[in-house]
Design a protein around this ligand. Structure first.
Ligand SMILES: Nc1ncnc2c1ncn2[C@@H]1O[C@H](COP(=O)(O)OP(=O)(O)O)[C@@H](O)[C@H]1O
Ligand SMILES: [Mg+2]
Length: 437
């Protein structure tokens, strides 16, 4: 198999949109690399550039170490599977799977055997005579995969191939798809906005934001050691708590002043130049543990229970702490026409057809335009930052804590949580990590 790489790959569309901005990544031979990021961050454009369906503005695509910028899509020998599968409705499953062979003018003799072979690999042998209209979503997905591998591509490019399926099937198929790619040993670029897919399927995850690569690493690394505030905020369920604070290096101790509360943190040389600096503190729910009131020794946060989301085996408890949360991005979220802050506009919940909704649709054509149903907030792994950035700003001082069932606190009760300060992550005002470990 072959390595797939991009070198400072850039795509600027004629209307000035910088969809991909100097992205350099490499999927090693046989690797399953996931491109993860919110809608509109340039994932599909990167795949299309690699496939040769789109021409780069600058930079290069390399397959097996060779620059392929001038090679046509067909000669790149990569297979792409799209979100909507794009099966031919009037062709049977067998004809759909065999289609790339006939289109490639390969000798007809081998076709049938090859179709049977990949049908077997994908477990769709029984469906070969059916039309796509008579298949379930999961079956259509498998047929699309079969069609993609029939010509033995050098690489797979998969663009949100599971996002049209319901949650249960998605969970089942993500294991299947990753296992298949590994069994075939095919180098794979897999695009998704779903962090759970990325975490469960990837050898490595590449996190993108607005066309810019934020971080590449194994799932445990992007989760446990995020390089930027965006990565810390985007990855993590429940939502990562982001709090505004300031660092004070006192003679006896180092503290993060969160306004209404104070956390003492271990002294650290990395903080030497940061006395008085404003920072964002990212603290995941797994660094917070409820303790009996009073809290005993050690760093704690205190709050009042505002909301309890019961998930059965545990609950997500939202605390009002009086601490100011950090919006992911304060400065750039302005209505392109009126200059009004998007959070304010969204708070007014403009109806469909409102100029803002239209502007949003232009900025993010694939973004859902309707509000997210309440239950989706707590579905594991589905938490697009697009919502957190724009539509779903947490209320002031909202800190989310996991509490194991069955003893759940009640609304209005006060609660103390012990903070594992070794798991606090500090970011400077530019959103860059201040590494303390
Ligand atoms: N043909 C196009 N013309 C202008 N802008 C485009 C075009 N295709 C995509 N874009 C823009 O480029 C950005 C990246 O899009 P895309 O790669 O589809 O993102 P993703 O797949 O991550 O959702 C978006 O802002 C999108 O609106
Ligand atoms: Mg896309």
């Amino acid at each position: 198999m072959v390595a797939i790489a991009t070198d400072r790959l850039t795509k600027v569309f004629p209307d000035g949109t910088v969809a991909v901005d100097e992205v350099t990544i490499e999927a090693a031979s046989g690797e399953f690399l996931v491109l993860l990021g919110p809608t509109g961050c340039g994932k599909s454009t990167i795949l299309r550039l690699v496939a040769g369906l789109e021409e780069e503005t600058s930079g290069h695509v390399l397959i097996d170490g060779q620059v392929v910028d001038r090679l046509s899509a067909k000669d790149r020998r990569v297979a792409m599977v799209f979100q909507d599968y794009a099966l031919y409705p009037h062709l049977t499953v067998a004809q759909n799977i065999g289609f790339p062979l006939r289109a490639g003018h390969e000798p007809a003799t081998g076709t049938e055997a090859r179709v049977a072979e990949v049908a077997e690999q994908l477990g769709v042998t029984d469906l070969l005579h059916r039309l796509p209209g008579h298949l379930s979503g999961g079956q259509r997905q498998r047929v699309a995969m079969a069609r993609a591998i029939v010509r033995k591509p050098q690489a797979f490019l998969l663009d949100e191939p599971l996002s049209n399926l319901d949650a249960g099937l998605r969970a089942e198929l993500r294991t299947d798809v990753a296992a298949l790619a590994r069994r075939l040993g095919v180098t794979t670029l897999y695009v998704t906005h779903d962090q759970t897919e990325a975490m469960t399927m990837a050898d490595r995850v590449a996190v993108l934001r607005r066309g810019v690569l934020q971080q590449v690493g194994p799932p445990a690394e992007v989760y446990g050691d995020p390089a930027t505030l965006f990565v810390a905020a985007f990855i993590g369920t429940p939502r990562t708590n982001l709090l505004q604070g300031a660092i004070y290096l006192e003679p006896e101790r180092t503290v993060v002043d969160l306004g209404s509360q104070l956390l003492e943190i271990p002294p650290n040389e990395a903080l030497a130049g940061h006395h008085n600096d404003r920072v964002t503190v990212a603290v995941r729910a797994d660094a917070l543990r409820p303790v009996p009131d009073g809290g005993g020794q050690g760093p704690v946060l205190r709050g009042k229970v505002r909301l309890v989301e019961n998930l059965g085996h545990e609950a997500l408890v939202h605390l009002d702490t009086g601490i100011v949360p950090t919006p992911i991005e304060e400065s750039r979220l302005e209505h392109p026409e009126t200059g009004q802050h998007l959070a304010d506009v969204i708070a007014e919940d403009p109806p469909a057809g409102h100029p803002f909704r239209q502007a949003l649709a232009r900025m993010m054509p694939h973004a859902r335009q309707e509000a997210q149903p309440a239950t989706a907030r707590t579905e594991y792994g589905f938490y697009p930052v697009y919502d957190a950035e724009l539509a779903d700003q947490p209320p002031l001082g909202d800190v989310v804590v996991r509490v194991p069932a069955p003893v759940l606190p009640r609304r209005g009760e006060s609660m103390t949580v012990r903070v594992d300060v070794d798991k606090l992550m500090l970011f400077d005002r530019g959103g860059h990590r201040i590494r303390t470990a």
